[in-house]
Write a protein that binds this ligand. Sequence first.
Ligand SMILES: [Zn+2]
Length: 192
Amino acid sequence: MTGPGTTPEDGARLAAWTEGELGVAGRVLDVVRAPAAVLSTVGERVDPAAAETVQLAADLVATMRVSPGCVGLAAQQVGVAAQVFCVDVSEHPKARTRHGTFVLCNAEVLSASRNERAREGCMSVPDLTGDVKRGSRLVVRGQLPGTGEQVTVATDAFEARALQHEIDHCQGLLFLDRVAGAHAIYPRQTYL
Ligand SMILES: [Zn+2]
């Protein structure tokens, strides 16, 4: 799939990425819950090649992997106000385009279109879900941890939603900041 400014090569690069490239073992960290201040703190841009960024990337993937149903985790959720997150929607039934497990640093949305409303949850808000409008067609640009390679990638459907959710975390925003109002927030009954 391609979009504005994207190349198939970038999508293939992202899909081929694995945490093995980081060369460090990830540690499983505690996940911070709202209303922790770090969750509403705008993340600092990072040096993708810095040792601390590489370790953070590995830690995010390790923590995501041991968390049932977790399709993404941002630095804020492990207590670090930085623009780093991981995503993996491989197993999710609502995903169409899938790039597997990846981490992006300093990611930004280049374009988002075809808004759709859907139920969303978050490990940092374990007791609630909410209906959030997000673009279902998305182009994102970011850097890979370690090498610092810049990738511009198009995606859709659930992976697009997960990316927008994680980029929001990096900007100090929760899905609760995006719901239309209290009527669009629900007690969690089943894990997404
Ligand atoms: Zn979240």
